[in-house]
Structure formats: C-alpha cells, structure tokens
Design a protein around this ligand. Structure first.
Ligand SMILES: Cc1cc2nc3c(=O)[nH]c(=O)nc-3n(C[C@H](O)[C@H](O)[C@H](O)COP(=O)(O)OP(=O)(O)OC[C@H]3O[C@@H](n4cnc5c(N)ncnc54)[C@H](O)[C@@H]3O)c2cc1C
Length: 388
C-alpha cells in the first residue's frame, strides 16, 4: 500500500548488518519446524544452564528487545524518536513470575518508567501486564466469581493497591498508562480493576487505558456497555485496541473444557470486529485510542478516520502502535506523515523475556503473509541499497 511502501524510510535506522540479521531471522521464523525445534532446544538449554544467552542476544533478543534494562534501551529509543519521529513504550517483559516480591518489583519498575516518561518526550506511555501485579490463578478465581479465602482476599487487595499506586502516580505525573490484556478466563477481573481505575483517574482525560482483544466476539458489546457506564459516571475511556495474541491457547482450552470458543469464527470476522471497534471509538467523544496493530488495512482505515475527524494528526488522542522489530514500514512511514506512533520496546533479562520472544516467533510463523511481507520489504531495501 502506497503509504507504507517506502523502505528507505522504514529501515532508515538499520545498518546493513542489522538489515541482514533481520532478513536471516525472519527466514528462520518462517519455517514452522524450525521455530518448534528452536523453541524446544532453547528452553532446554536455558533450563540446564547451557551458555546460550549470548546466542539469543545476538539474534532474536537484539532484534525484538531494547535491552536487559530500561537504561540499555534508551539510546535506541532516542534514535527512533529523533531520527524517525517514532515514540516508545518501555515494556518490562518479564513473565511467569508468581511471588509477591516479583509483583512488588514489577510495580517499582513501572513506577520508575512513569518517572522516565515524565522526563522524556520519546516515551509518552507506561505499560503493565495484569499478571505482572498478581497471580494468574487469583485473577482467574475472581473472574469465575469463586469464593476467596481470607488470605486470597488480602492478596487481591494487594493487587488492587498495586494498580492504584501506579495509576495514581501516572495521573499525578500526567503520563498515560496502558494495561495489557491476557487470557479470557482471567480477563474479567482485570477489566473490572481497569474500569475502577478509569473511573477514578480518567475524570478530565484518559490516563488509564485498558486493552480490547477484538479476536473475542464479545468485545464490541463490552465496549458499548462500558461506554454507557462512562457516560453515566462521567469518565473518559482509554483503550488500546488489538486483535489478540493467545488464539491457539483460547481455542484449545475451550475445546478441552467443552465451552464455546470466545474467539471469532475466522480471521475475517476478527478483522471486521477490529475495524468496527476503532471506527466506534473515533465516532464518539471522550475516548482515547491506542491502535496496536501491524495490519495495513486497519492502519489505513484509522488514517482515513483521522482525516475525516476534527482531530489533528498530532493531537495525542489517537496513537498507532507496533512492536519493536516488526512492521517498521508502518511505524516510520506513518510518523513521517506526522501521525502519533509508538513502538513497544520490551526489556528484561534474556531468560525472563523468552515467553515474549517465543510468542513473537510463533505469531510470525502462524500469521500467514506477515513474515513474507517483512522478508519482501527487507529484500527491497537490500536491493535499493545495493543499487545506490
Ligand atoms: C503495540 C501492541 C500492543 C499489543 N498488546 C497486546 C495485548 O495487550 N494483549 C494481546 O493479546 N495482544 C497484544 N498485542 C498483539 C496483538 O494482539 C496481535 O497478536 C498482533 O498485533 C497481530 O495482529 P495484527 O492486528 O497486527 O494483525 P494481523 O496480523 O492482520 O492479524 C493477526 C491476528 O488476527 C487474529 N487471527 C488470526 N487468524 C485468525 C482466525 N483464524 N480466526 C480468528 N482470528 C484470527 C489473531 O488475533 C492474530 O494474532 C499487541 C500488539 C501491538 C502491536
């Protein structure tokens, strides 16, 4: 698509070596057996403490992550902002921890990032994952409306307190905060917490953003109901709208437990649902939208909706978001046209961000066309540089 075709703009920040590495990486990811075997071997090697971290760093990690710490990630964030006009969302991507100290540690990290964001124009948002602040099974139990033990009630209050601390700090520093969405069977309680925070802190504008996964067929109804409650209670809605990253897991669980799958019947239904949600949000006031997508049609639709709206390109109410290492042709070409664009920049110790990296590899393998699109763009740019 014309707007996204300029590979010189897309890969301006990549050296020839980085371009070659990206090409090699997507070639590997394209092969499903390679991803399956590579994932199993890497997990095994990390488990038995083989020295593979260097290899992971030099390949997938450096392509998809900003660094091990937030400080490591800053030089690249600043370059993307200064040279490409693309902002960043520092994403502490440590997953699968279940201890209270980890949850408190994650909260401290996010608070630090909120402070970073207050100082740096290049980092307009902070973000956290619900399960970064509490146990997955506890969210699931609250979502299922099961009776909690006294200990669990106290544990849940600690989760709520972490949300509140981060959201109130975000409000006082005027830094919007995104809350990621995860598996549907734990999401209800996370949605309720996010709504509670929106009601409390989104009184003048959207500071707290929840996430809608539009591969779920019930999300449009949810958005409309939330809209009604927001109007009644007088708060703004902040929403990151994505398609959803846990499709296979969702379908498998539904099949195993014998309930109707929460996922749309096919890709087209998800695409339609996604486009309906962003259109709905653009048609109503008091809503701020962060469209997290690598889908060209959806990005173009949003460009079109923005052009037709009263909003200015750089009003900072509508954002386009992509992940670091993916769809640079969308991010950098949109930023060049003056739209607000932010990349998620994951960071964390190599072994702790593996679940995130594996999701990226599997996603790129399973999404028909996306990897070949990346490969074609990289090839075009390699040829363009050779021809100079
Ligand atoms: C900035 C950003 C933040 C994100 N945050 C989150 C988050 O908080 N939670 C989360 O879950 N994901 C998140 N994601 C990932 C996101 O949900 C998608 O997995 C990813 O972006 C791919 O979707 P896409 O819109 O780019 O488009 P495409 O590549 O066009 O679509 C692929 C997606 O379509 C859906 N799909 C594919 N095949 C089918 C099918 N047969 N039937 C139904 N649906 C299908 C799946 O959701 C799949 O991931 C985020 C992505 C970005 C860019």
């Amino acid at each position: 698509m014309k707007l996204f075709e300029n590979t010189e703009v897309a890969f301006k920040l990549k050296s020839d070596t980085e371009l070659e590495r990206a090409y090699f990486l997507f070639k590997m990811i394209q092969s499903e057996p390679m991803v399956r075997i590579g994932t199993a071997m890497t997990n095994f090697a990390l488990k038995v403490h083989l020295p593979v971290e260097g290899l992971i760093r030099a390949t997938v990690f450096d392509h998809f992550c900003g660094g091990v710490t937030e400080e490591d990630s800053i030089p690249m964030i600043e370059r993307m902002y200064k040279e490409g006009g693309v902002s960043s969302v520092l994403d502490y991507s440590v997953e699968g921890k279940e201890e209270e100290e980890s949850f408190d540690g994650a909260m401290e990290k996010i608070l630090k990032i909120v402070e970073f964001s207050e100082e740096k124009k290049s980092i307009p948002f902070a973000v956290f994952k619900p399960t970064g602040f509490g146990r997955f099974d506890l969210y699931a139990k609250v979502s299922a409306k099961e009776e909690l033990t006294e200990d669990e009630k106290a544990e849940w209050e600690r989760v709520r307190a972490r949300y509140d601390k981060v959201c109130s700090t975000a409000k006082s520093k005027n830094v919007p905060i995104l809350i990621d969405a995860e598996e549907s069977w734990m999401q209800l309680s996370a949605d309720d917490l996010a709504e509670e925070m929106m009601q409390k802190y989104n009184t003048e504008k959207a500071i707290v953003f929840n996430t809608l996964q539009m591969y779920r067929h019930d999300r449009m109804a949810y958005l409309k109901e939330l809209h009604q409650r927001a109007d009644e209670k007088g708060f703004h809605i902040g929403m990151k709208v994505v398609r959803g990253a846990y499709m296979e897991k969702e379908r498998e669980r539904a099949k195993e437990k014998g309930y109707e799958s929460p996922i749309c019947v096919n890709k087209q239904a998800t695409d339609d649902n996604y486009n309906t949600a962003i259109t709905y949000m653009m048609q109503h006031d008091n809503m701020a939208l962060f469209a997290g997508t690598h889908n060209e049609e959806s990005a173009l639709l949003l460009v079109d909706l923005l052009e037709k709206s009263k909003l200015q390109k750089e009003d900072k109410i509508v954002w386009f978001g992509q992940l670091l290492g993916m769809s640079d042709h969308i991010s950098f070409n949109l930023a060049k046209e003056g739209y607000d664009v932010a990349k998620y920049v994951p960071f964390g110790p190599v072994r702790d961000v593996m679940p995130y990296l594996i999701r990226r590899a599997e996603e790129n393998t399973s999404i028909e066309g996306q990897t070949s699109r990346e490969l074609n763009l990289l090839k075009t740019e390699k040829q363009r540089r050779k021809g100079k």
